[in-house]
Design a protein around this ligand. Structure first.
Ligand SMILES: Nc1ncnc2c1ncn2[C@@H]1O[C@H](COP(=O)(O)OP(=O)(O)O)[C@@H](O)[C@H]1O
Ligand SMILES: [Ca+2]
Length: 486
């Protein structure tokens, strides 16, 4: 071969290698060139109501953190499934409207592969304690209803308090993309109507095995503390607290229950079984079944009365939250969701110091009931009348129960959603059951997307320049050759 062709050969070889590198990188980087979505449905059968969550994720990226998003939610009309104990068929029927909506929201060709899970929480735990047969019938009824849809039915069951706490923790940390980073995780505080959960990575040893859960997620080990207090959701706590007041006052004054946790001017007739119709309160045999629930609007007395539902005098561990339950010192930031958020957000108490929160709440509780109703004509009066109690309960639970202080109060973030997805146990439950959180970290793309685009751009530019140089070189060498001939 003539020597003058050598540079051309080198140029061509460089170009070929360049093209091969570009093709290889683009294949590795863009394995799926277009996105297909997959779906999953979880029904949260809570004590007060049932919500249907539809999740969506890109089919090819299901093992990456933060990829699953909430696409749609539907609130089932009426009360929670545990309220159908006398009419179990009604429980299954109540889900129809939302399940039909799910059929509309998910593309039909995905229906057969879309898993459906129903998890029932504390309302059904209480019904199971009270009447196991009735709780089975309710679960059978919702199972039958869910099986009639074209989705892939995966079961309807009562989840444990530990699962409820741990999956809530997985949800908030998955959505905050904390799981693949060496940085800290977010503790999870969930307040329902019938139970409440606290879950976090503690700094101290976990002294009771009931409160310890281990996970290996994306190559990291997590040693979690979790506890679920049955009967300490805000609706059952209200019954506990009213029950205590009734026990001490009805004996002397059988007509009126004077309650500092309700607004002055609030007066509602109630019956004793209204308060004692749950396994959380012991049955009180009282001749007079009717009483008048009268509000006093006194925040500090309200807090005193709520403290009585927390037993802090027994503890067989190095430290306890309440009722003899082991709890290490709270550590790190916490996401407080569900009723923690609904109540504190309604009262605009999500971002003040603990002292200011107490001052504002005291003023709110002493506001006359008439004025409260006038200020919020559209809010359901049952919710409205209970916000003073609920917020006082929340402060007492967090401070006296879990031992948050004015120093770490700001570590509690009252949240509803992270991105588009609600904080709660449902997403974590589905991720776990579909094995979407691998124990080991999945392969990362070769380089971040921005770096990839820049790299491809400059590489293409380089190849263009090389082609130009080859062209110029050829032109010059042919001219020289022609000159030589002449
Ligand atoms: N807008 C709202 N304001 C106040 N409380 C609310 C609101 N929406 C829901 N809640 C309350 O949140 C709680 C949700 O609990 P739920 O999930 O049904 O029970 P559990 O988790 O104990 O089974 C209930 O006490 C319900 O009354
Ligand atoms: Ca709940």
């Amino acid at each position: 071969m003539e020597r003058r062709y050598m540079p051309v050969v080198i140029f061509l070889a460089a170009i070929t290698v360049g093209i091969i590198i570009m093709v290889v990188i683009s294949v590795v980087q863009n394995k799926p060139l277009y996105q297909k979505y997959k779906y999953g449905i979880v029904l949260d059968a809570g004590s007060s109501h049932t919500s249907v969550f539809i999740y969506e994720w890109p089919a090819e990226k299901e093992n990456n953190t933060g990829m699953v998003q909430q696409k749609h939610t539907c609130n089932v009309k009426g009360k929670g499934i545990s309220s159908y104990s006398a009419n179990p068929q009604g429980a299954g029927a109540s889900l129809q409207e939302c399940m039909n909506e799910a059929k509309q929201k998910i593309p039909a060709h995905r229906h057969p592969e879309t898993p459906v899970y129903l998890g029932a929480t504390a309302g059904m735990r209480l019904l199971r304690m009270e009447n196991e047969e009735a709780s089975k019938k309710v679960l059978d009824s919702v199972a039958l209803s869910l099986k009639s849809y074209p989705f892939s039915y995966q079961g309807a069951r009562i989840i444990s308090g530990q699962e409820e706490g741990a999956f809530g923790w997985i949800t908030v940390n998955y959505l905050s993309e904390n799981l693949r980073k060496p940085t800290g995780t977010l503790g999870a505080l969930d307040l329902g109507g019938a139970s409440t959960q606290i879950t976090f990575v503690p700094q101290q040893k976990i002294e009771s095995s009931d409160n310890s859960i281990d996970f290996r997620l994306y190559g990291n080990n997590y040693h979690l503390y979790t506890h679920s207090f049955l009967c300490y959701g805000k609706d059952q706590a209200l019954k506990l607290s009213m029950g205590k007041k009734l026990e001490s006052t009805l004996k002397t004054d059988p007509i009126e229950l004077r309650d500092p946790c309700f607004h002055p001017g609030y007066k509602v007739p109630r019956t004793v079984p209204d308060v004692f119709n749950t396994p959380c309160t012991k049955e009180l045999k009282l001749a007079n079944e009717n009483f008048l629930h009268v509000g006093l609007g006194n925040w500090s007395q309200c807090q005193q009365s709520i403290r009585k539902v927390f037993n802090t005098s027994i503890c067989s561990y190095s430290k306890c939250s309440f009722n003899g339950v082991f709890q290490p010192s709270v550590y790190g930031d916490f996401g407080a969701f569900s009723a923690f958020f609904f109540v504190m957000d309604f009262l605009n108490l999500t971002s003040d110091s603990l002292a200011t929160t107490k001052e504002k709440l005291a003023a709110y509780c002493s506001t006359p009931w008439e004025k409260i109703v006038g200020n919020h004509p559209k809010i359901d009066q049952k919710y409205l009348s209970e916000y003073c109690f609920s917020a006082t309960y929340i402060l007492t639970l967090l401070e006296d129960g879990y031992k948050f202080t004015s120093n770490n109060w700001k570590d509690i973030r009252f949240i509803k959603k992270i991105g588009d997805s609600d904080a709660g146990w449902t997403l974590g439950y589905m991720l776990n059951l579909t094995n979407m959180i691998p124990a080991e970290a999945p392969d990362m793309p070769l380089m971040p997307y921005g770096g990839y685009v820049t790299f491809m751009f400059f590489f293409a530019l380089l190849i263009l320049v090389l082609l130009l140089l080859v062209y110029l070189y050829f032109r010059r060498s042919t001219r020289t050759a022609q000159k030589d001939i002449i």
